[in-house]
Design a protein around this ligand. Structure first.
Ligand SMILES: Cc1cc2nc3c(=O)[nH]c(=O)nc-3n(C[C@H](O)[C@H](O)[C@H](O)COP(=O)(O)O)c2cc1C
Length: 325
């Protein structure tokens, strides 16, 4: 397949694996890249810039294809040393960075000077246009369906993608809610140059997470995600569990008095317990509505080959059946 995204990143298929805390390790990123997509290591999952440098080296041992690193700028209890993480990315020879969360403008000069292509993840047209204006090479447009942080506008991709297509000049990928070839074709029809998937890639053979996490994804339906932290404007879509019900109860009780500190034990330090230990009740973890469409655990190669083959069939055969001479 050839789109502006495959050209920009030098990849075979316009399929990106978005950064995922404690999931986006070298095993998954290299498997996605080896299968022709773009795998992404999640920078801040590595506790220090030196550890990120090691993870980049590990990934380079597992693939000779392009891969990226995600840098997330979100409110955090202790802000990480971003400049040093960027140094590790540059020194590691990585040529693609996915930024997300706050405006990445302060860090663009360093990234651009090193010849790095930047794709910024945005949840609105206005933020996408801002990313274009400040010099990002592409954007990942993340709709309301997405796992993780959908922003505060609640615009689903059926509206958000064609709106982005109307306004943007730089390439963009559709992110959020995608897991099937039909959805991939729809995203391309709506104007996207490719897709970004998170949740779907957790249920793959190579995702380096506990089997309980993959089973939870198989067991869940599209009704099983919840939005948390809306009162503090840090909305996150997560899979429902007892901890999430507790968070929702606290949010109801405290209303506008809610502070992030009130949720510390329920949202902080949760990922290692869930992803490594398989403790599914440890706290809140991101998961998208697409969970309702996931029923298998393929390898990344099987997943990507299937998506591409089915998408080609839909484009070539299924859709043309609707045409009359
Ligand atoms: C478990 C999990 C962890 C995530 N962690 C991050 C993160 O650290 N940084 C980030 O930019 N996005 C993160 N995301 C968002 C994904 O990169 C991607 O944008 C999102 O999953 C797309 O929606 P989907 O899950 O419906 O495919 C995470 C998503 C999930 C499911």
């Amino acid at each position: 397949m050839k789109t502006r995204i495959t050209e920009l990143f030098g990849i075979k298929y316009p399929i990106i694996q978005g950064g995922m805390h404690h999931v986006g390790l070298a095993e998954l990123a290299s498997a996605v890249s080896n299968a022709g997509g773009l795998g992404i290591i999640t920078g801040l999952t590595q506790k220090t810039p030196a550890k990120l440098a090691d993870e980049i080296d590990r990934c380079k041992e597992m693939t000779d294809k392009p891969f990226g690193v995600n840098l997330t700028f979100l409110p955090s209890f202790e802000p990480p040393p971003y400049a040093e993480y960027i140094e590790a990315i540059i020194n590691g020879g990585v040529k693609i960075v996915e930024t997300a969360g706050n405006n990445p403008e302060a860090h663009l000069p360093a990234l651009k000077a090193a010849g790095i292509k930047v794709i910024h993840k945005c949840t609105s047209v206005r933020h996408s246009l801002k990313a274009e204006r400040i010099g990002c090479d592409a954007v990942s447009v993340d709709g309301f369906e997405c796992g993780g942080h959908p922003g505060e506008d609640d615009i689903p991709n059926m509206i958000l993608l064609p709106r982005a297509a109307q306004e943007l000049s730089i390439p963009f990928v559709a992110s959020g809610g995608i897991g099937t070839a039909e959805q991939m074709v729809a995203a391309l029809a709506l104007g996207a140059d490719g897709i970004n998937m998170g949740t779907r890639f957790i249920a793959t053979k190579e995702a380096p997470v506990h089997q309980n996490v993959k089973q939870a994804i198989l067991a869940a339906s599209e009704l099983d995600t919840r939005l948390i932290m809306r009162p503090i404007r840090n909305t996150e879509r997560v899979i429902n569990n007892q901890a999430v019900e507790k968070i929702i109860e606290l949010e109801r009780e405290k209303g506008s008095d809610l502070r992030i500190e009130d949720l510390r034990g329920l949202v902080g330090g949760v990922y290692p317990k869930v992803m490594d230990d398989g403790d599914m009740e440890a706290g809140a973890w991101s998961c998208g509505m697409v969970v309702g469409l996931i029923n298998d655990i393929p390898s990344c190669q099987e997943l990507i080959d299937g998506l591409v083959a089915d998408a080609q069939n839909i484009i070539r055969d299924k859709l043309t059946e609707f045409l009359v001479d």
